[in-house]
Design a protein around this ligand. Sequence first.
Ligand code: NAD
Length: 487
Amino acid sequence: MSDKRTITIARGDGIGPEIMDATLKILEHAGAKIEPEFIDIGEKVYLNGNTSGIPDTAWDSLRRNKVFLKGPITTPQGGGYKSLNVTIRKTLGLFANVRPNISYAQFIKTKHPNMDLVIIRENEEDLYAGIEHQQTPEVVQCLKLITRPGSEKIIRYAFEYAKKNNRKKVTCFTKDNIMKLTDGLFHNVFKDVAKEYPDIETEHWIIDIGMAKIADTPQDFDVIVMPNLYGDIASDVAAQITGSVGLAGSANIGDQFALFEAIHGSAPDIAGKMIANPSGLLHGAIMMLVHIGQADVAATIHNAWFKTLEDGVHTGDIAKGGASVGTNEFAEAIIARLGQLPTTVTPIEYKSTNNTAEGTFALSPAVKDRPKPDVVRSLDGVDVFLFNNEQTPEEIGQKLEVVAGPEFSLAVITNRGVKVYPNGFPETFTTDHWRCRFQIAKEQKAVGHSDIISLLSRIEEAGFDFIKTENLYRFNEELGYSLGQGQ
Ligand code: NAD
């Protein structure tokens, strides 16, 4: 039986095939024991009418092999095409996106010579749930979903990563001063999980100042964990300030599958010119080799890559106007240096890990086989959203006061989250989308779904067009909804 590990490989779009061929050639010369199984996904598949961008045969290959090396994919703009990257990450449960960003000031120009940080980005939730609706002619919405088990998985992964990789500090970025429930949950889970790792220093920054600090003093960070969208943006900034987005690789890790890639996209502006830097994908492949137990080959390639840069062999994005080589020449230069060590940086050594979450740490019962939470849920009322472009807040409010009772009373009307009734300011700008909060009436002991249905009937009979509702719950007596601004 062959001792080669079969890996599913997609060359990708744009510069994808150029950098993938270069990467595979380096792996082959370095003695990586892998057997590529190629799949076609992305632009070609989309344009052949498959709106998911991935055929069933490709899924079969991924489910068989569990490990995936992927070139960047072009998502056609418009036309309702869903991002294939997001689909693959979510379908295979790749909840952790690990993105190391290291500067190599010895040979790559950067303002931040001592930068060595790892961004661990939550990869399945947040605004990337992709649940968007147009609700009125003027208003669209996107649901931001943050879950307790999802937050616990990624935060625990970040601490375990820090422990295994001898890192000293884990930082959390959120925006919980504004999004108190969603980002607040992520931050609270961070504080809870941190207690289990007393040897690791922890800190939390609001994302805006946190990003500013990454851009200014990245050397102050070690491991940083954050929700999906922030992680997407922060990791591109971090990669760029190491010297080029073309440098960083990334691992997408789940309980059973792992996907490795470059962090950059398909770079259509330079596709076909054979000048792209293959380093990002090569670093993804190095992470893959460590993951499948070929740490020695990973180190050989990484050290040859160091030596190549040290010898002044640079692609255009690094050379920045100086002498440069193309994709193939760069790959050949690495191949020629396989077995050599750099002299200006400490040669790298890797230990093989099975990096899937399953192999790295036991998920807590709160995540896997978790018991049903012991929570008492009570209904406080309902937010009814209306489409209305004819009446003033006063007119809407006065009519709704009449139909609210006897079960509910109208507490507040907001427009884009800010209070406009009662006692709104005439200066407040309003759109055609009104959130009308009906709270259980004082004399009422409890309300249920049937009370909400009756309320909606009365609202409709009063001539209003409701477009959605959100129930207002308390969980163990704690408010499960935010107050309107000014409420
Ligand atoms: P991009 O990362 O492709 O390119 C941004 C800039 O960086 C361009 O100027 C490009 O020339 C340069 N660059 C990127 N990689 C380089 C490399 N290896 N060597 C030298 N220069 C490099 O970002 P974009 O232009 O915003 O996106 C292009 C397409 O890629 C879009 O369709 C997007 O959806 C897709 N994309 C895919 C992935 C992925 O597959 N994981 C990630 C990001 C973007």
